[in-house]
Design a protein around this ligand. Sequence first.
Ligand code: MN
Length: 724
Amino acid sequence: MNAASALATADTAPQSAAADLLPHYMLDLRQMLESYMTPEQVRQVERAFVVGERAHRGQTRKSGEPYITHPVAVARILAEMHLDAETLQAGILHDTIEDCEGVTKDSLRGDFGDNVADLVDGVTKLDKVQFASREAATAESFRKMLLAMARDLRVMLIKLADRLHNMRTLEAQSGASQRRIARETLEVYAPIAQRLGMNKLKSELQELSFKALYPHRHAVIAARIKSMIGNRREIMSKIEAALSARLKEDGLHARVVGRVKSPYSIYRKMLGDRKTFAEVMDVYGVRIIVSKVSQCYQALGTAHAMYKPLDNRFKDYIAIPKANGYQSLHTVLFGPAGAPIEVQIRTDDMDVVAERGVAAHWIYKTESTPANNAQMRAREWLQGLLDSQRQAGSSIEFLEAVKVDLFPDEVYLFTPKGRILALPRNACAIDFAYAVHTNVGDHAVAARVDRQLKPLRTRLVSGQTVEIVTAPSAAPQPQWLEFVVSSKARTAIRHYLKQLQHEDAIALGHRMLGRALADIGGGLDALPEDALRRYLDENRLRRLEELLSDIALGARMPALVARQLWANEGQSAAAPRDAVRISGTERGVMTFAHCCHPIPGDPIIGFLSAGKGLVVHQTTCPNVVEMRKQPDRIVRVDWEPEVQGDFRTQLKIEVANRPGVLATVAAAIAETNSNIENVEYLERDSISASLLFTIEVRHREHLNDVMRRIRRSDVVQTVQRQSG
Ligand code: MN
């Protein structure tokens, strides 16, 4: 029996019986469809359900649910966008060709016609194109995707809905697949959704991917947003009320809506604009929605009369829409509390397009009224890309063209010889230098940007021609790490600094061996040249520096080396046993143990571990007991009177579990000029929570100061240093 005849039976059955046959998730969908489709169209979609349900029968998702729930959920996402019946049918059938025996493109053609069969086939082919990451995405994979989109944009809409539902149900996947799918979503599908103007869908894809890729960062930001919300809401509603009242006075019917920031958008701003969380949050967002274009400009006048606008921040995206069809007026005002207010003003129509992009007003398009702005733009875009694909001399050039468009967060720059280099947004001249060649980066002193001499930290924008000025004596500076954004530059600078560490290692090894020799009455200077030479030869070391670095890095025991070196001299004396002093500058070659986090002022002991070098513990650390069994590896160490730098330590803090607690404690810590490195919840119930803060302090007194300050807060029950 083919599908069509099965449906004939279903169609002739009494209406109520047919409804009873449909599971609840399908009834939901029917309700949505009935809100904008004709009864005939609804029946067509249900026909697809019957075929899809039968084809997937017996299959389950990773979560254990019947497989058909997935395509129905995809269809529901498409129905929310009010897409047409064919798209909905194809949405329900999107996995049948791939996963179900007996369903082919031809059988679908017979049952549902050419369009639906082509759509399902298009989505199936697209599923096979994998983009592991933006870097790994090949010209070929983009070409396939583009061709599928250009033939029928609805293929991409179904694919995006499919991806959205997969992201919503990502937990059922293994950790590795979660990350792969999330990365692909963030780097390829979210930019496509953005390019198609589908901002609502794009944002959800981004938030879900961000949460899957960086669960910890997401949790921290979400918690901070939550802790801030009370105070903000009050200011927000004041601004909203004031604006509404004034618009009404001016005779405008307008909706004023406060905009809420999501964790990912905050994260992007912090990263991209190098702002702190507080700086990002210190901006209010308001949207004013009116019914006619002329009213947009009137509303702008009202807003500007109320609060002073910031210079140069007004943008008219109504007269000149964005490439994806987005239209709005943007302005930034000095708010009542001194905080800037970002205002978007647009019509209802523009608002729908801003949220749904090409999918907006889709239903009208099929009835051959003019396409909306976003649809026109999308078509122009795809047409342009198809043309550039035909013209491009190589697939690489084509790939560049697609990427410039899809990934506006990259900048494209020229070398003086006309070569194009792609760098992440906010890249500076040093990033460019390292992108040209590591040697150029290592010896860079300045840059000529469009022939003008500029400092190396200058941020670059697309289209600039950049030339790097080098000097043989120049060398990478540690502070470069504060503004480079490309991983190549970062890696190269780190590598260079590591070389410097090697020099530190020699210096520390020198001190350690000197100390060990002094312990047995000798000294490095007193060591005869040939005794040293002999020792180095016997141990296959080329130079003294190698021996010293070995000692500092824990490969050789200083006491043992000292005895062997000095034994030849036949001298021995009980010498004052001094410790090796730590000044805080030896970080490259010595580490402070993570079990007990010693800080200046703590009694300490060093343990030489092969591979890790000298590891410093508190003498009270429980792990020290075991270490003492290897006395050769123990190094007596002590702090210099003046130690430089910040040292990591941990505090266990019990607090009342109330909103805003984390922020209160964090503020107390920040007041004492201590950095918070990390926070985690150790335990948490409805009454209290136990937090583990990893912070940085200068010394014990500083730590005591921090703890005193935390105890003063009334939400804190106990504060304890964690050591060992
Ligand atoms: Mn699917």
